[in-house]
Design a protein around this ligand. Sequence first.
Ligand SMILES: *Cc1c(COP(=O)(O)O)cnc(C)c1O
Length: 357
Amino acid sequence: MVKKLFIPGPVDVHPDILQAMASPMIGHRMPEYAALHGRVTAGLKRVLATDGRVFLATSSAFGVMEGAVRNLVAKRCVNFCNGAFSDKWHDVTRRCGKEADAVKVEWGKPITPEIVDQALATGRYDAITLIHNETSTGVMSPLPEIARVLRNYPDVVSIIDTVSSMSALPVPVDELGIDCCIFGVQKAFALPPGLAVFTASDKALARARTVEGRGYYFDFLEFEANDVKNNTPSTPCISHIYAMDRQLERFFAEGLEQRWARHRQLAGMVREWVADRGYGFFADEPYRSVTLTCALNTRGTDLARLKKMLGERGYAFDDGYGTIKGKTFRIAHMGDMQRTDLEEFLATADECLVELA
Ligand SMILES: *Cc1c(COP(=O)(O)O)cnc(C)c1O
């Protein structure tokens, strides 16, 4: 059975997008590709609110997350960790042979500007990694306030993951001064997995020029050299780029502000449902994510059973990530999800809960 996805990624993909992926193939050194690439990066610049470079990489997010630390950490990196993806990024940084420290907070808590300031005030670091929206815990860290702190450390390169937030709320890359903003497309962007997008500021590229061992596939300088020709260093996932082209048209047809408003509305619906049914929240206000809700299983529901029941009814449900499986569950409300999709899912979850009681 094809299940409707209420898990936090991959998320459901609109039929128009699947159709765009079936477009006839072109060669990536043909002018037709340069036109497509140029149109897509121009659209992405609007979404990211940047006049800087936007690069397309054929990989999942972790490809570029690894590439970014290989390119941008010269001295020592601080990885801010508050969940599974940010913990993993520290591991990845070390595996790339970089000097790195993890600053860990308890899962469910945000990274605050004070935490960032305290780490950077030591003067030990020339790069940071931070996840805007920790998808494993449903926590959104206060990026505008953190960005304000980063302004006091002009020698530090900021590498920010916006995998499950970009396009769901404003993340203006230039205004925030993000040096390298990274996201994969299968979450907030609602495309099939396999394409990642990233930016690199002048400061980031200047840093990359000083760093040895950047490798080839994710060498930012290779991306820069090809970008001026509206191209990529190696053969890109062209079908995906067609899909992005179509998705950007859909974004602008909906309107970016309407897209942000829709996410706020969906988040409100899920939070109300969670509270009304007597569950708690893993994250405190105001750090609850606008793209997924991580609920505390305070009712002691048999979540494995609930997942199975929902699965039989055609819905994919997430019963918690890793060590918080069973203690929490996550409901995604990202991508192109509409109010009616969510209403249908929550009504079905209610039926299952009645049966389970
Ligand atoms: C899913 C996710 C990732 C990992 O993405 P892949 O596409 O599996 O590499 C990284 N960061 C965040 C915040 C995520 O939600």
